[in-house]
Write a protein of this length. Structure first.
Length: 254
């Protein structure tokens, strides 16, 4: 496929899980993909190998988010990787996917956990976008991976839900500001997605069935369900969609 041929994408947290599926789908559509990782180099290299084995183009970018000068360091390495490939240090698609959850309700959340969650899910995307803008070509795409937890109440993930809500506020504000450059900014909100990162939550058939029953389709989400929506937002067919949060939860909570 060539829908994204000639375009460069950066997908944060794409060594595993949903991020890996997004990176592979964008590469399959023709994009050159920077596979970002924070600490798990082997998984990121595996993602690159999976992409290149099917004729795609990808390279690794290491940059732990939440550290001092994290975004500056990440982009220095991103630019270096592009130069080594003989490519211009420009960007067309930024997918803010990196994230994690610390479960806890109002009685459990700590200032440290709150700061970590806000730092990765809200602060990091803000400054990743800020420093991407000089590199981002007109007609670019910014896609933020949010969560159905901003729409459906999950008291056991309070701070996480708050952080993802901040990310959606960022999405709407930037969509208006960047419109004159023909840059779209959207978010995608997955529900319960079956990955190797959170398998403990549905380690038994009974637990998986309980989560699957929350979707109107009666099944768990797959990483490809989310990646396909991101691919739509990354391509030309989504040119008239901006400032939106697309629910990718399989109707969870309806």
């Amino acid at each position: 496929m060539t829908a994204l041929k000639g375009r460069t994408a950066l997908v944060t947290g794409s060594g595993r899980g949903i991020g890996r599926a997004i990176a592979r789908r964008l590469a399959a559509d023709g994009a050159l993909v920077a596979v970002h990782y924070g600490s798990d180099e082997s998984s990121a290299r595996e993602t690159v190998d999976l992409i290149t084995a099917t004729g795609g183009r990808a390279f690794c970018v290491h940059g732990p988010l939440g550290a001092d000068d994290d975004v500056t360091t990440l982009y220095e390495r991103f630019d270096r990787g592009l130069r080594e490939l003989g490519e211009p240090t420009e960007l067309d698609i930024l997918v803010n996917n990196a994230g994690f959850n610390v479960r806890g309700g109002i009685a459990d959340v700590t200032p440290q956990d709150f700061d970590r969650l806000m730092g990765i899910h809200a602060k990091a995307p803000l400054f990743l976008i800020q420093q991407a803008l000089p590199r981002l070509r007109a007609g670019g795409r910014i896609i933020n991976i949010s969560s159905a937890a901003t729409r459906v109440a999950f008291p056991s993930s309070l701070a996480y839900s708050m952080a993802k809500s901040a990310l959606e506020a960022l999405t709407r504000a930037l969509a208006k500001e960047l419109g004159p450059r023909q840059i779209t900014v959207n978010s995608v909100s997955p529900g319960f997605v079956k990955t190797d990162l959170n398998h403990r939550r549905w380690a038994t058939p009974e637990a998986e069935a309980d989560h699957a029953a929350l979707s109107v389709f009666g099944r768990m989400g797959q990483t490809g369900d989310v990646a396909d929506i991101v691919a739509f937002l990354a391509g030309d067919d989504s040119r008239w969609v901006t400032g939106q949060c697309i629910d990718a939860s399989g109707g969870t909570g309806l």
